[in-house]
Design a protein around this ligand. Sequence first.
Ligand code: 13P
Ligand code: ZN
Length: 276
Amino acid sequence: MSNILQAPALQAFIACAENGWRRGWHERNGGNMSYRMTAAETDACRAYFDESDDWTPLGVHAPNLGGECFVVTGTGRYFQNIKQNPAENIGIAQLNPAGDAYRIVWGLTAGRVPTSEFPTHIMNHSVRVAVTEGKSRVIYHAHPVDVIALTFILPASAREFSRAFWQAMTECVVIFPEGVGFVPWMVCGGAEIALVTAKEMERFAAVIWAQHGIFCAGEDFDATFGMMHAIDKAAQIILKVMASGRPVLQTITDDNLRAIGEAFGLRVNEAFLGDV
Ligand code: 13P
Ligand code: ZN
């Protein structure tokens, strides 16, 4: 490898960011993404690392991620510029052995500061690694218009959002049979929202942030991007149906949802089915 940008993990990260930009999910510096590198990927990139920066406290603690490296977007950087200038807009952050501080070892040449949501990314990784037996690698935060719009008009709960998405499009319950999590409006960019979001990530791979956007987690870029895409599309359908002004004559019933679960061998979250 004559250039770190040839690393497949970096190439996949850049391609995913570009797809998000093309989808319209990343106005200005909106959104951020991180990828937990494998040991082999880290070793392959190590020749390009500069490990001389001081450690910066994270404000949160993820002992199960100590020493791991993450490809991450920079704070204030624009997704639209990542493909043209990766080294300026993304970087690699290494955690200290305790998992409570980081240093930039490559990239982010302008400022060397990861996204302001890095505490949320790290806590989400920490939880998702634990609940997926180490498989989860990508945390992706975006600002899809229609999902944000829905947070003004649907009841503010994981149950209501999950049911609305499941009923909007048959594939949704297949993609996220556990449902989606929900965080009411909070100040973003710090440890407090990181802890609240990570608590939701114990049960859900996608979490809505009211009046803000979504966080999705997944094993690879395709699965994570696909989750974001499916939720965005379901939100568009819900809003189109509402905007039609027509009464809903038929929908996907709870028994239909159970039948999909049986047909696909999935455990649909029973707590979100039936009346409460
Ligand atoms: P950053 O530029 O710090 O990544 O912030 C963007 C954002 O979406 C905050 O939630
Ligand atoms: Zn955001």
